[in-house]
Write a protein that binds this ligand. Structure first.
Ligand code: PLZ
Length: 452
């Protein structure tokens, strides 16, 4: 058990349940939540959190849970990471807001300089900062349309890009994201993703790309495409890792036809997959890249970064927002990026991935409900199916997730069919805690699916 200093509180790195989950205080707060919070706001696990650090969150009943979710891939550097806490405290005491478009400050510029350094490619780059992932994606589309004078945006099956009106149109899954919320934005065209587990056996990455490209050329027309927008590894869609060669072939097609290749690295970014960005694994250099989540260790910040000539295509005043690049969020981002660099968090993600893939492949041998184990670095998932088939089993997926929650391990689900268990631990999680979380997962599979 190691102590991790996290801002004001020490959080012991252990799993420890002192009540049932949720405990009595969480249940009280849940009743207040139900009365006061709109029921459209989702809920994975009804424990209310009091403090968190490293790989652990502590609830209001004193239960310590192991965190395999990182608040959906946000606290890559750990929750309330010491350097982030200190930078935020200093900034918040100095000034909280001026609006960068009214009177600027250095930290916004410094975040853009860092983004130029850490994102793929050594060409001249510029950035603009926003608040949420969806807002970054919307702005990438604005920039690509302005720079190309074209309108069509190509996205993929199983894609997730957000919940605003334009990004709902870009997102694939109807329930819960789109049902009843239309009409959606026009000029969005969806083509098949490379999904090795579900594609016909042997379909290569370049072949899957040719399938998508043939559809774009036939149904949209190459000369009309402003941007092709893709998650290098899909997040909410179920951690779908395209076959090797798929991303480079799509990026090449964009280069030849003048479409802007936009990598949505909001979930894959900032060391999550064992590189700073997932595009790097195949040497893909996006024209534009959207980031959020891991960028600022839990404070709301997002960015569009890309080729300087594209970013500068938009007229002065065409990009912005009151809070975009808030100084407190920028301070957190600079501290998070420094932490990732100094503590070599890409290497930490690779170690997590090695451990998880070994353990989950062993689990797959002991049960007939794990159809696929996949992912990269600290972004790993298992896809659950009915025994002996490839039919998605969302019900079992939910039961296993709840069994983990009841034992004090936070896991998330994903996938168009809701049958993917996904794991996104903070990159600072200790090896013992990670091993214990995987023991708990084994128990949950034994209980719910009879794994040996
Ligand atoms: N692009 C690739 O993963 C956010 C969504 C959770 P925001 N994913 C978590 C939920 O149910 O709302 C995401 C993403 C990718 C864009 C987004 C959107 O980022 O910060 O949630 O707007």
């Amino acid at each position: 058990m190691t102590e991790v200093l996290t801002g004001p509180a020490n959080v012991t790195q252990e799993r420890r349940l002192v009540t049932e989950v949720p405990g009595p205080r969480s249940r009280e707060l849940l009743a207040r939540r139900t009365a006061a919070v709109a029921s459209g706001v989702g809920l994975t696990l009804p424990v209310f959190i009091e403090r968190a650090g490293g790989g652990v969150v502590v609830d209001v009943d004193g239960n310590s849970l192991i965190d395999l979710g990182s608040g959906i891939a946000v606290v890559n550097v750990g929750n309330a990471a010491p350097r982030v806490v200190q930078a935020v405290q200093e900034q918040v005491a100095a000034f909280t807001h001026t609006c960068f478009m009214v009177t600027p400050y250095e930290s916004y510029v410094a975040v853009c300089e860092e983004l130029a350094r850490v994102t793929p490619g050594d060409h001249p780059k510029k950035s603009a900062l926003f608040n949420s992932g969806a807002e970054a994606v919307e702005n990438a589309v604005k920039i690509a349309r302005h720079a190309t004078g074209r309108q069509a945006i190509v996205v993929f099956d199983h894609a997730y890009h957000g919940r605003t009106n334009l990004t709902m149109a870009l997102t694939a899954k109807n329930m819960p994201y789109k049902q009843g919320f239309g009409p959606f934005a026009p000029e969005v065209h969806r083509v098949p993703m490379s999904y090795p587990y579900r594609d016909e056996p042997g379909l290569t990455g370049p072949q899957a790309a040719a399938r998508a490209i043939a559809q774009i050329e036939a149904q949209v027309g190459a000369g009309n495409v402003a941007a092709v927008l893709i998650e290098p590894i899909q997040g909410e869609g179920g951690f779908v890792v395209p076959a090797p060669g798929f991303l480079p072939a799509i990026a090449d097609w964009c280069r030849h036809t003048g479409a802007v290749f936009v990598a949505d690295e909001i979930q894959t970014g900032f060391c999550r997959t064992g590189d700073w960005f997932a595009s790097e694994a195949e040497g893909v250099v996006p024209d534009l890249i959207t980031t959020a989540k891991g960028i600022a260790g839990g404070l709301p910040l997002s960015a569009v970064t890309g080729r300087a000539e594209l970013m500068d295509a938009v007229h002065g005043g065409g990009l912005g927002g009151t809070y975009g690049g808030n100084p407190v969020a920028c301070a957190a981002a600079l501290a998070s990026i420094a932490t990732m660099r100094e503590d070599d968090l890409p290497a930490a993600a690779r170690r997590i991935g090695d451990t998880m893939l070994t353990r989950l492949r062993a689990l797959q041998q002991r049960t007939d409900v794990v159809g696929d184990v996949r992912g990269r670095g600290a972004m790993i998932a298992v896809e659950l199916v009915r025994p002996g088939t490839d039919e998605p089993d969302a019900e079992l997926t939910g039961r296993i997730a709840r069994a983990c929650h009841a034992r004090g391990v936070i896991v998330l689900t994903a996938g168009t069919h809701g049958n993917v268990l996904r794991f996104l631990p903070p990159l600072v999680i200790g090896p013992d805690l990670l091993a214990e979380a995987l023991d708990v997962l084994d128990e949950a599979f034994a209980q719910e699916a009879g794994a040996r």
